[in-house]
Design a protein around this ligand. Structure first.
Ligand code: UN1
Length: 534
């Protein structure tokens, strides 16, 4: 993935209002987003913003949706300061009370589920059911965090010394920064905010520069709940901005944890910068996910799942299926069925019910798609379907591309076409004869986010999820690579960054752990039998 920075230029107000379609203005006004004024893109208890103006551009129509006033470096600095102050208050609020605030945030989000979902479709470009699903994901993690607020338990550890107890105590951590990507402009923030808030931290959000409206709409909903509960708004701050803002956050010693979602390239820089000041990171970077289909798989399940994995969200999920390894016994039947499904896809406005294929998010994504297709052609890959942009009106106004299936000549997983994540609906296919070979290919790439095996044979399942099996963070069986629920920890290994967010034990990263040895006795023995008596 990448961070696409929109051109920062100011159009006149009248021009913005006149140019806006009714489709867009209905959604923006349902969320009280001005269609005429510049919108403040910084919240630290108060709404402000006097930095560069960023434009939000609709990927479907190319129209400018709004202009957002981002943070100046000073405003960013102040917002971090206010987050720290807010943390010193919020850490004393009992965790179940924090849970009650999360419950109210959950209710406020649910009341605007459709409106927010449509805004995601409008600004990011994913189809309506997926936009709505993303808001649902935020709601789900709020539910999870409400429960968590009464279950963030520490441990009591047996001490080797008489009259002693050892406690492992989780305390609030401090300020957590969330640097999120364009492709999940609501849910990924939700995963982080819900856990961070339950844990008693202040959170500061720098969203992708190209999805500022989603972040402003969400931040307003959260801010209203905080304010009505007498909690400082800077507990959930927002700072829109570009690369410089992200870099300043990575370098700030006032931020304990930086949770970054984005490309391996940027993640490497963020990771190094945060580590150089001994801060904590959660990195969710590239995915290059494979599905493996065995001859005993139920193809009536596997084919539609691979279709969703590769074409859903126009291939712009970290978890999208990018590699397909087919057993040679079923390869030709599978590809026949899959290409038939591809041929039914009609690109259209993602806001129209029934659309399955919306646009890519940006012109940069379009370029990445075209470059990869050119590369596939240059290495003599067979393009089974797709390979072109949609250039007829009205699709030419947006970033529409044909979902593509290709068969590269080389199956070498180290070749660039197999080892690089292309954030677009391009599926590369190879055939194999033995599961071990497919698992080796699955594991041979730098990334390690998600993978999926299709089989009915329990012995294959054992191999796949065991020590010699898939090395990704998400290892599915008869379930596609994308579309994880919030209950398990989400994240990947290797160059995906080893981060874990959302469910499972992910919350443990958002707290400061204290190992407390307490002596209740009248003696003070040393551990390990050490004698230091004078
Ligand atoms: C992402 O693409 O950054 O598992 C997140 C999924 C979604 C989350 C994807 N629940 O596809």
């Amino acid at each position: 993935m990448f961070l696409a920075r929109r051109a920062a230029h100011s159009l006149g107000r009248a021009q913005l209002a006149r140019g806006l379609s009714s489709r867009a203005s209905a959604i923006l006004s349902s969320l009280d987003i001005s269609t005429t004024e510049e919108i403040p893109g910084v919240y630290d208890g108060q709404w402000r913003g006097s930095g560069d103006i960023f434009s939000s551009v609709c990927p479907t129509t190319g129209e400018t949706l709004a202009h957002v006033r981002t943070a100046t470096p000073q405003e960013l600095h102040d917002a971090i300061g206010r987050a720290r102050e807010a943390y010193t208050v919020f850490r004393h609020v009992p965790a179940p009370r924090r849970g009650e605030i999360l419950r109210q945030i959950r209710e406020a989000l649910a009341a605007k589920r459709d409106e927010l979902g449509s805004l995601v479709s409008l600004e990011m470009g994913k189809i309506k059911t997926e936009g709505r699903g993303e808001v649902q994901e935020f709601i789900d993690i709020c539910d999870y965090a409400v429960g968590l607020s009464r279950m963030m338990n520490g441990n009591v550890v047996a001490s080797e010394r008489p009259g002693h107890s050892i406690l492992e105590v989780p305390n609030p951590l401090g300020v957590v920064a969330v640097l999120s990507a364009f492709n999940f402009p609501v849910a990924v923030y939700g995963w982080n905010l819900a856990l961070s808030l339950a844990a008693g931290n202040a959170t500061i959000w720098k969203p992708s520069p190209s999805t500022p409206l989603c972040s402003i709409a969400v931040a307003r909903i959260v801010a209203r709940v905080l304010e009505s509960n007498g909690i400082p708004g800077a507990v959930a701050g927002l700072v829109t901005g570009g690369k410089e803002a992200g870099a300043a956050i990575a370098e700030s010693r006032d931020i304990e944890l930086v949770s970054f979602t984005g490309s391996e390239h940027v993640g490497r820089i963020v990771g190094k910068n945060v580590m150089s000041r001994f801060g904590k990171t959660i990195l969710e970077l590239g995915g290059n996910n494979a599905s493996i289909v065995m001859p005993d798989a139920d193809l009536s399940l596997a084919v539609p799942a691979v279709f969703f994995g590769a074409v859903g969200t126009a291939g712009q999920r970290c978890t999208s299926t990018r590699r397909l390894y087919l057993h040679s016994d079923i390869a030709s039947e599978f590809l026949g069925r899959l290409t038939k499904l591809y041929s039914t896809v009609q690109p259209a406005d993602p806001l129209v019910d029934g659309t399955l294929l919306g646009p890519l998010h940006s012109s940069a994504a379009l370029k990445m798609y075209s470059n990869t297709i050119d590369h596939l052609r240059s290495i003599g890959a067979e393009i089974l379907t797709g390979g072109n942009r949609y250039t007829d009106a009205p699709l030419d106004a947006g970033n529409f591309v044909q979902p593509t299936i290709s068969i590269p000549k080389s199956v070498d997983p180290k070749a660039p076409i197999w080892s690089t994540e292309t954030f677009a609906p391009i599926l590369n296919v190879a055939t194999f004869d033995h599961l071990e070979e497919a698992i080796a290919w699955n594991n041979a790439v730098p990334q390690g986010l998600s993978s999926s095996l299709w089989t009915r044979d329990i012995r294959n399942v054992g191999k796949w999820i065991g020590p010699g099996g898939s090395d990704t963070g998400i290892v599915n069986v008869n379930v596609g690579t994308s579309g994880a629920e919030i209950g398990a920890a989400f994240g990947g290994n290797k160059s995906t960054g080893w981060g874990r967010e959302s469910g499972g034990d992910a919350w443990k990263q958002y707290v400061r752990w204290s190992a407390c040895t307490i002596n209740f006795s009248d003696c003070a023995p040393l551990a390990q039998g050490v004698n230091f008596t004078a």
